[in-house]
Ligand binder design. Structure first.
Ligand SMILES: Cc1cc2nc3c(=O)[nH]c(=O)nc-3n(C[C@H](O)[C@H](O)[C@H](O)COP(=O)(O)OP(=O)(O)OC[C@H]3O[C@@H](n4cnc5c(N)ncnc54)[C@H](O)[C@@H]3O)c2cc1C
Length: 423
């Protein structure tokens, strides 16, 4: 994807500045990390803190992938409710993953605090909003299990949800007090700043075009020079290319787009007054949040269609009118989209691709906390830890059947949905 739809609002509003520099000479390092998003930079930061020499190679700039374009909902757990994670992954490993990712937002927020990352953090939770009665039943099932596990979640009645969102469109909600919102680009640039301060090197504009096993490690080729490393983490998630054969076939790439209004000031004081971000239970879900400058940012699955002033803006205007009939017409200032790596069972993976070569991948659109946590776990492993201590069992790569067909089908379905809902 090229063009302005790949530049997010966060790119322009992040207080944290761009990090990294172009490569000027060949590098020899303990750990080479391909990809400058949450996974890669959390790996680099925690590896550098453990005394490893770490070098991040990013093809574009920090936050070019999902990390600079997402909604900024720092959620706990995964898309699937805890009981489904256990059913799919097996009781013990599933319970362990749920436990670790239940604490994911805390891991993110602690880093933000420790490194004073300027990313507009809010800590008032997020709300999963019920689009229907059956959606509310699903939330009740989630609430019951998280409560049993001791998590601070609360099922909201229809009225409570209306008060917290400022819209009577929902059948109820699930408020998760562990969660919060961030400016996603601010967080990823802040992680890069912290990683550099801890001693990691960060090279941007450094696309890795070849990866070859050599005696005692790996050789990575970029246009600006080569890197020799004892170990490698591929932290390329949904933006994985052909660097490692078959890797990008392990997930279905789907898009998610967002449209931001201009700052709306007092007009939005009753919308999300406590500044929770929300997403709904619909099959083709949508999200809504308010940023620090009082813009409303609304998004859904699919790509920006029609460029500036095109279909996506009409969709956003229509949805805002449906949710907030009293708001009146609004002006939009930015629309963009990004790519999500969806796996067949909606679980992420940690693959060992070869000796000393790992990739955490497949966050299914829930990667702020999981990417940070998996990156930290990668650093601990490569600093002498054990695979048994990783958040989930290591596996080999499996090809996602009919990947191209599925990606094409979703893209068409999402575009049709956008068109229908903009009428
Ligand atoms: C629109 C959108 C909304 C989302 N909303 C949320 C949300 O609200 N909450 C949440 O938790 N998650 C959300 N996600 C998911 C989350 O953003 C991702 O899971 C997360 O950013 C993944 O981080 P990462 O570091 O693994 O990968 P990325 O941030 O995608 O980084 C991968 C990087 O690898 C680089 N790269 C690829 N190939 C090479 C190569 N050969 N050489 C060098 N560099 C290379 C790319 O340029 C890219 O910068 C959303 C995702 C999208 C797209």
């Amino acid at each position: 994807m090229q063009g302005s739809s790949t530049v997010s609002l966060w790119d322009e509003t992040s207080e944290e500045v761009c990090q990294g520099a172009s490569m000027k000479a060949d590098v020899t390092t303990d750990l080479a990390i391909v990809g400058g998003g949450y996974t890669g930079l959390s790996t680099a930061l925690h590896a550098a803190e453990k005394g490893l020499d770490a070098c991040v190679l990013e093809a574009h700039q920090i936050g070019y992938g999902g990390s600079g374009r997402n909604v900024g909902l720092v959620n706990a757990g995964l898309w699937l409710p805890p009981q489904d994670v256990r059913a799919k992954l097996g009781g013990e490993p599933g319970a362990r993953l749920v436990d670790i990712l239940g604490d994911g937002p805390n891991c993110v927020m602690s880093l933000i605090e420790r490194y004073q990352i300027r990313c507009e953090l809010t800590r008032s939770g997020t709300i999963h909003a019920a689009h229907s009665q059956s959606g509310f039943k699903d939330l009740a099932r989630r609430a019951e299990e998280w409560t049993r596990l001791g998590a601070p979640v609360r099922l909201l009645s229809r009225d409570e949800t209306a008060e917290k969102i400022g819209s009577s469109a929902f059948h109820g909600g699930l408020l998760d007090a562990r969660a919060g919102t961030i400016n996603p680009m601010g967080y990823v640039r802040g992680l890069a700043r912290a990683a550099q301060a801890a001693g990691a090197r960060i090279h941007t504009g450094a696309a890795v075009t070849r990866l070859e096993k050599q005696a005692g490690g790996w050789l990575l080729e970029t246009g600006a020079g080569v890197v020799r490393a004892k170990s490698v983490v591929l932290a390329t998630n949904a933006y994985s290319d052909d660097l490692w054969p078959g890797l990008k076939s392990s997930f279905v790439p789907i898009h998610y787009f967002q449209v931001a209004t201009v700052p709306l000031g007092a007009r939005v004081q009753d919308i999300l007054p406590e500044r929770q971000g929300i997403w709904d239970t619909g099959k083709i879900m949508f999200s809504l949040r308010r940023d620090a400058a009082d813009r409303l940012i609304i998004g859904s699955m699919g790509s920006v269609v029609g460029g500036e002033k095109g279909l996506s803006e009409r969709w956003a205007a229509r949805q805002l009118k449906r949710l907030f009939p009293d708001l009146g017409p609004v002006e939009f200032e930015k629309s963009w989209h990004g790519q999500i790596a969806m796996t067949g069972d909606h679980l992420p993976r940690i693959h060992r691709l070869d000796e000393g070569l790992y990739t955490p991948i497949g966050y299914n659109g829930r990667g702020i906390a999981p990417g940070t946590v998996f990156g930290k776990a990668m650093a601990e492993l490569l600093a002498g830890g054990s695979e048994a201590d990783l958040p989930m069992p290591v596996t080999g790569v499996r090809t996602e059947a009919a990947r191209g067909l599925k990606a094409g089908f979703y893209q068409a379905a999402f575009a049709a949905n956008q068109m229908l809902k903009s009428l």
